[in-house]
Design a protein around this ligand. Structure first.
Ligand code: ZN
Length: 192
């Protein structure tokens, strides 16, 4: 994607803000003919394997709110991993894609003991520190024999609940799912 009328001063400011947490990334800000709108395109190696909403969440966490609302309002955000095109990224799944399957995904996770296992694993993790992403979530599901599509569905469900890392899954998604599970499956003990 080629951006026209690049705003190099703003690119420089954003690069400075992101340099520490996003080593090696590049920022382009300019007019995108594709949407006929101003656009910010960020390329970074670390975006590989992350869902679009995870990428955006990470960026936004590193940019002060005030700077974002005053300098970056109205931009189309595009986050690209090496070798990806804009079309590749647009095809990646979003959390709204699992909206209709949400209850089923949550019920299966609760039923399989996923949340208890994750909480246990986080508790035992080195320094008891959350990695800031879904590392343990993916590892637990993989150990349970879940294929990549199911792991992706679980991440999308958690993102729908506003959770972007393992500790947020335990702190915010687990209580919601346990409550829901108790209400819909009275014969099944949620703590089992
Ligand atoms: Zn966390």
């Amino acid at each position: 994607m080629k951006l026209q009328r690049r705003n190099q001063a703003l690119e420089k400011q954003v690069t400075t803000l992101l340099a520490k947490s996003f080593s090696g990334m590049s920022v382009e800000i300019g007019h995108a003919a594709r949407w006929d709108r101003p656009c910010i395109a960020i390329r970074w190696e670390g975006f590989g394997g992350l869902l679009p909403e995870e990428r955006f969440h990470r960026l936004v966490s590193a940019i002060p709110d005030e700077f974002r609302t005053s300098q970056l309002a109205g931009l189309v955000w595009v986050e690209l991993a090496p070798g990806e095109t804009v079309d590749d990224v647009l095809k990646l799944p979003r959390s709204e894609d699992v909206a209709k399957r949400e209850a089923d995904i949550g019920r299966t996770l609760t039923h399989n003991g996923f949340f208890a296992t994750l909480a246990d694993r986080l508790g035992r993790a080195a320094k008891r520190k959350c990695p800031g992403d879904f590392t343990h979530t993916a590892a637990v599901l993989s150990d349970m024999g879940k294929p990549p599509e199911r792991i992706r569905d679980a991440k999308l469900l958690f993102i729908r609940h506003g959770a972007f890392c393992d500790c947020q899954v335990v702190a915010t998604v687990q209580p919601a799912m346990t409550k829901e599970h108790a209400a819909t499956s009275p014969a099944c003990s949620p703590t089992a």
